[in-house]
Design a protein around this ligand. Sequence first.
Ligand code: ARG
Length: 459
Amino acid sequence: MSLWGGRFLDESDKLFKKFNTSLSFDYILAKEDIFASISWSKSLVETGVLTKKEQKKIELALVSLKKEVDKNPSQILESDCEDIHSWVEVNLIKKIGELGKKLHTGRSRNDQIATDLKLWCKNNIQIVLKNILNLQKKFILSAELNYNVIMPGYTHLQRAQPITFAYWCLAYVEMLKRDFSRLEDTLKRLDISPLGSGALSGTAWNINRKKLALSMGFSCATKNALDSVSDRDYIVELLASASISMMHLSRFSEDLIFFNSTEANFIELSDSITSGSSLMPQKKNPDALELIRGKCSSVYGSLFSILVLLKGLPLSYNKDMQEDKKNLFDTIKTWNNSLLMANLILKKIKLNRLICYQAAEQGYSNATEVADYLVKKGITFREAHHISGKIVLKAINDQKALKDLALSDFQKYSLLIENDIYDHITLEACIKKRESKGGVAFNQVKKAIIREKIRLNIV
Ligand code: ARG
């Protein structure tokens, strides 16, 4: 049943009806639509459209509709209503008859959908924020547990300098902190109510929009109705925030896929988040990680899709905007699931400490230390770098680690090198020296863990 039949002589074509409906995906906005409708009904009392008694009757009917929806949300899908707004109104009228037809006074589906969507985003952002926090906690706990596990750090995927697993965890905590604050920013900007904007130019009824906004939990009301019904910036921001965060989760996945490879063998993933091959019995594939990495593509697609959707739209509302929802809903689901999956993966990870250590010892990740040692003896860094390079070349030719070269070998390249070189180039020494703020030194990492535990309220 449509809400706008009066002006029309002909029935909608079946194909058009199917093409036009958004109910199959906007039905998840039922809770928000009912909530905003109750608030709207209260505003209508102040304008004199509804008596207090009438409002109460509408409110009770909407509350009971909400209960029915909670029990069985998919009942909505059985209806042939155009969208969730029509569905709520039609069902209200079914419950209380003529009185229900008063609710839409002064309101348009254009300000309704803008309001419902913002309310949905507000509710769902809270869930994402919680999942981001929980993942940070998991990283911190894993850092604490593996605080002294030394492993190679990479640049260009070449062993560069030794780091610790804890330090690697803390890097992801920093990324997640930025994801969190980006989302908080998005939330701040979207927390403004468009209800009472009408179709595009405001409502002709004397609605106290600020009061209405506050009653729905918004911080204030929008300032220009034309903008209010056209604005979907918050979806763009939300999808951009999701894209950046998924990029972080994808890099996390890529790191772990590599750490888990037979070639690196730094970690072992739990059976419970990996799968086997139907053909090759030896295989244990990191599916969960690959899927996080893979799911990024649809999230990025959503960001691009909303930008393209909006870029050519004249003010104000256009039906194109109905297409903003599916990708948004899917993205938030994917984002939440990926955060939860990353958490589970981390919880079940097993580190091969010895292999990590041995890998850090190989690959000359302590070559910088030789250069720094020479600088301390008075040589310029550029010269020291050159000498260390020669020493590394010698070690490569002899198929030895730097620590296994004889003192006489070192001294072939500089007589300034003495027996204490060996203490300078142990992995532990390399790490301990990096005491400056943000460095990998054990002390720095320990302090960072304590700081983060206090911030995250981990007891
Ligand atoms: N289903 C529509 C959407 O999602 C609701 C707004 C409809 N407004 C209209 N003027 N047809 O955008």
